[in-house]
Unconditional design. Structure first.
Length: 447
């Protein structure tokens, strides 16, 4: 259960999870509280962060903090030249709104030159990380000065986890101790190459040319559609395709290539839609065409999974929003989202307990978790109780699988022993039928 948030008794617009949290924020919120009390509308998130930085600058302590790698706030890149060159209205509007909101919110004696405000905006936009809560929802953003030094890769060396506001970096697949040459991902791994590159170019001003972005086959796999001729087959989709054929049975698919490309594009443009009914309808339509390993479909299913916000007892009703993202996330490499994987796997168990499909997903999930954390890191996780709980659940699930099938074998054995006379008679009848069949075939060949 999430903690009950308590509002500030003065402004009533800032909420705290505990008295200790409120106490730590007192020195900054003391100034902020007066401004919030004087405003009718709560300022935007970006305006409030800029305001907090202006408070620190006014007090002269904004450069006192030093990160674990020696970096300070002044070392952060602001890409001021790139922001000045922006001409697209879609990109300019959020910047102008944030700056205008800040000017209307912060008193004039705290304001500095325009370049300073834009520089703060750039440092936040470029270097901040989204903070993911216990339910794998974004709960805010944080400026982690030391962690922002790591470069980007769509196949990162490091994964991020959060315990409250504390960020934990962990190297994947025992890649070694964390060092400055390692990389993190600035985007969502389930995004297609086109979406990732668009986000990186508009948000971070560079064109990504990493190994994953150059892998055309992997991207075609992530945009694949179902094969109509075999059960688990799929057809790769890319911009250069002229026809679709199944990689499993090699059958030419009758599906419309343009329609497949259209739906893949449509699913990447749904971020502004929050209506569950609309998204469910879109999911039901696209799920008939796109494969279960299609990452665009998985992203939509993952959003529906979070928007539903259901408990375990209701999971069976919405299991189709669980197994698809689970399968795609483990297939295309998103093992760092272990909390998500755990929740999705629990829901799939409620839907179809111990089915062959669930067992297969469980095995994939287990491999993804161990690949991300390593058995040693999972066993000794320095207070990361979520990972310890998750690894304990892996062992419990294995025990449950074994116990379930042992019980089935015992039950079959008991039935055979109790009805051994009938079983022997059935076996004799089947054997005689087989002999009769072979005899008829033999004489048929002679004649």
């Amino acid at each position: 259960m999430p903690k009950k948030m308590k509002p500030c008794s003065q402004c009533g617009k800032i909420y705290y999870c505990s008295s200790d949290c409120k106490k730590k924020d007192k020195s900054i919120h003391k100034e902020e509280c007066k401004w919030l009390s004087a405003t009718y509308r709560t300022p935007s998130f970006m305006a409030r962060i800029i305001a907090r930085l202006l408070i620190r600058r006014k007090r002269g302590d904004h450069s006192k903090y030093t990160a674990f790698n020696g970096r300070k706030f002044g070392d952060l890149m602001d890409h001021l030249k790139n922001f000045r060159k922006i001409s697209s209205p879609d990109e300019m509007i959020p910047i102008m709104e944030a700056l205008s909101d800040t000017a209307n919110y912060v008193p004039s004696d705290y304001m500095f030159e325009n370049d300073c405000i834009l520089s703060y905006y750039g440092k936040i936009a470029i270097n901040a990380f989204g903070i993911i809560g216990a339910t794998d929802r974004y709960v805010g953003i944080g400026l982690y000065i030391g962690c922002s030094a790591f470069d980007h890769s769509c196949e990162p060396d490091l994964t991020r986890r959060f315990i409250g506001s504390k960020m934990i970096l962990r190297s994947q697949n025992n890649a070694g101790k964390v060092n400055h040459k390692m990389t993190v991902s600035y985007t969502t791994p389930l995004d297609s190459t086109a979406v990732r590159r668009k986000k990186l170019l508009s948000g971070y001003f560079f064109h990504c040319d990493c190994k994953k972005c150059r892998d055309i086959e992997q991207d075609s796999y992530a945009r694949s559609i179902k094969c109509l001729s075999c059960e688990d087959g799929l057809c790769f989709v890319n911009d250069n395709s002229t026809r679709l054929h199944c990689v499993q049975c090699n059958t030419i698919s009758p599906a419309d290539l343009e329609e497949a490309q259209k739906w893949n594009t449509t699913l990447t443009e749904l971020e502004s839609i929050e209506d569950v009914r609309t998204l469910t309808y879109i999911y039901d339509v696209t799920a008939q065409l796109l494969s279960r390993r299609n990452t665009n479909l998985a992203n939509l299913a993952f959003r529906l999974h979070n928007l539903k916000n259901y408990d375990a007892a209701e999971s069976a009703k919405y299991a189709r929003f669980c197994e698809e993202p689970l399968l795609a996330m483990t297939t295309h490499g998103m093992p760092d989202r272990t909390t998500t994987l755990e929740a999705l796997f629990e829901a799939s168990l409620w839907h179809e307990l111990f089915s062959p499909n669930t067992i297969r997903l469980f095995c994939m999930w287990r491999q993804a978790v161990l690949a991300s954390n390593g058995p040693e890191n999972v066993a000794k996780d320095n207070g990361d109780t979520g990972t310890l709980r998750m690894y304990s659940k892996i062992n419990n699930m294995e025990y449950m699988f074994r116990r379930k099938y042992v019980r089935k074998m015992i039950a079959i054995s008991i039935v055979f022993i109790r009805n051994r006379g009938r079983c022997v008679l059935i076996f004799i009848c089947l054997f005689l039928a087989f002999l009769l069949h072979q005899t008829i075939r033999y004489f048929g060949y002679i004649n």
